[in-house]
Design a protein. Structure first.
Length: 547
């Protein structure tokens, strides 16, 4: 029984982390009445993920919050360096450098398509703490008239029927319960998802790869305590200090993710002692917060039960190596958001919701396995002790061997193949064109407009990406002057939101490799051809999930 009030919405999102906020923002941006509930009293101030993927930034670019997220993180003119070291008073084993964000904004190759990493997207990885990202997302979602966000509200139970879901919500401050009636319920409620457990959906994969303690700290004199340069991430390899240290600014605020030994309990460790041990010196330290977590490689066996769906950590649990967890979850949200909107607005077909699992589950498996492989390989070089810093031939020989191993692990940092190269090969709402699939390599992304792949980026003019030309719904691109009014009449008649654009750019046409292309609302290629479709409605019905 409700002793509060009844409330109705199109979508109830449970969980106020990066995925729940992204889904709420996506739905609110589309004008869908959305309520987000989060049981805590605010955002988690402890930084967790540190890398906002180039693909995630492309989504946020549509909402014009990409600049805020960039400015909240590592200064954009700072080189993106990564060090593998024995410890801070020891040896450097390996280092890589990526261009700073500032450089990527200066690259506009309109005279030819240069296949380098900084041309694959308007972004590289943006190094901004998840807490800062969530703050920007919360501010943006709060401006959307159709989005409502409530903290200190907890989902207790739900029941679904053919037309919707009835959810019992506890107001934690007043202890009152409210009944919320929604068309769709989405669980973005984390690895211990209440919704997933109530649905009895199992997880498959590898659990308990490692236990970590995350120490968020401030060290004003950090740069004077070590002989290496500033970096986004340091990887201490000595087995007593194994883990990774993430930089959140210009080199004074960090998070040390320390791998716990089998006998260690996170609450028993002395954070200051652990930091000074890896530094090798005592220094001024402020411990801001300490949190434990466990690395997994698990994926839910189902993402949907009728009108109840899972996204983010509720659907898959990662190791952090590679920075895939939060970013995979945000892609879940963007994939799901337009499909729910289509169903609410009445132009989506019955197969549209089925496509969510068909498309995103293989990506969840692919990405968790890739993250686990990165972790396994990194952890494999973290088994050595003081011999890492031994002088003489034996020490040099060990370090030389590890350097060769670490060069082969660079996909842990430079992972655009994983982040941009996912594809929806078996989707019921993608119309294949018979072209050969590109190689799925975690390090190297191969730009392609093959149906089921991300619509590739190219600069059309100074600061204008082809992605900026896409509409909020579908986008029909013509690379010629042919009359497409017949198509527009059909899409208008069916109520399908579709923007029609002509692009007169030789390099873009060469990249997309066809005269006509349909881009989905989530910036995925749905169809392409050198000829206009003979049966226009059949094409449109297919990509909106009618059959």
């Amino acid at each position: 029984m409700s002793d509060g009030f009844d409330h109705s919405c199109d979508v109830l999102v449970v969980g106020g982390g990066s995925v729940g906020l992204s889904l709420t923002a996506e739905l609110g941006w589309r004008g869908i009445q959305t309520l987000l509930v989060e049981q805590s009293d605010g955002l988690n101030p402890h930084p967790r993920a540190n890398a906002v993927a180039n693909r995630t930034m492309e989504y946020y670019r549509r909402w014009h919050i990409d600049g805020e997220i960039t400015n909240a993180g590592i200064p954009p003119d700072q080189p993106a360096d990564y060090y593998w070291i024995s410890r801070f008073d020891g040896h450097e084993l390996h280092r890589i450098s990526l261009p700073p964000f500032k450089k990527i904004k200066e690259v506009h190759d309109t005279g030819g398509y240069v296949k380098e990493e900084h041309t694959w997207s308007p972004y590289l990885k943006t190094i901004t703490g998840q807490n800062e990202v969530e703050s920007v997302l919360l501010d943006f979602a709060s401006t959307l008239p159709s989005a409502e966000l409530r903290f200190c509200h907890q989902l207790l139970d739900f029941e679904q029927d053919e037309s919707g879901v009835s959810c019992t919500i506890l107001e934690r401050e007043t202890k009152k319960t409210n009944v919320v009636r929604c068309r769709y319920l989405v669980g973005c409620d984390g690895g211990r998802s209440t919704i997933r457990r109530k649905l009895n959906i199992a997880l498959s994969g590898r659990s308990d790869l490692a236990r970590f303690v995350s120490i968020y700290f401030r060290a004003p004199s950090f740069k004077d305590c070590q002989k290496f340069g500033r970096a986004n991430i340091y990887f201490p390899l000595h087995k007593n200090h194994a883990g990774f240290i993430l930089n959140w600014d210009s080199g004074t605020t960090f998070t040390y993710h320390l791998i716990l030994k089998e006998t260690e309990v996170w609450s028993d460790i002395d954070p200051k002692e652990k930091i000074e041990a890896v530094l090798g010196v005592s220094t001024e330290l402020e411990i801001i917060s300490v949190q434990p977590w466990t690395a997994h490689a698990l994926v839910a066996d189902e993402y949907r039960s009728n009108r109840v769906l899972l996204a983010g950590d509720a659907a898959h649990l990662f190791t952090p190596t590679g920075g895939f967890g939060m970013n995979t979850g945000v892609s879940d949200a963007i994939n799901l958001g337009w499909k729910i909107a289509a169903m609410v607005e009445g132009w989506g077909g019955d197969r549209l919701m089925d496509s969510y699992f068909r498309e995103r589950h293989p990506v969840g498996v692919r990405n968790t396995q890739e993250a686990a492989d990165c972790f396994d390989r990194l952890f494999g070089v973290m088994r050595y002790g003081d011999e890492l810093d031994a002088e003489g031939e034996s020490g040099e020989k060990l370090r030389a061997a590890l350097r060769e191993d670490l060069k082969d692990q660079e996909k842990l940092i430079a992972s655009s193949g994983t982040l941009l190269g996912f594809r929806y090969n078996d989707s019921p709402i993608i119309v294949g064109d018979g072209t050969r699939e590109t190689e799925d390599d975690p390090r190297h992304y191969i730009p392609t407009a093959r149906p089921g792949h991300r619509a590739p980026h190219i600069w059309l003019s100074e600061g204008i990406s082809i992605l900026d030309e896409f509409g909020q719904g579908f986008t029909f691109i013509s690379f010629n002057d042919d009359d497409v009014s017949a198509l527009q009449a059909v899409s208008d008649g069916l109520g399908i939101p579709m923007k029609y654009i002509q692009i007169k750019n030789t390099d873009a046409k060469q990249l997309y490799d066809c005269e006509y292309v349909v881009i989905r609302p989530d910036m995925i290629v749905a169809w392409r051809s050198d000829e206009l479709p003979r049966d226009i409605q059949a094409l449109f019905d297919r990509i909106r999930g009618m059959y």
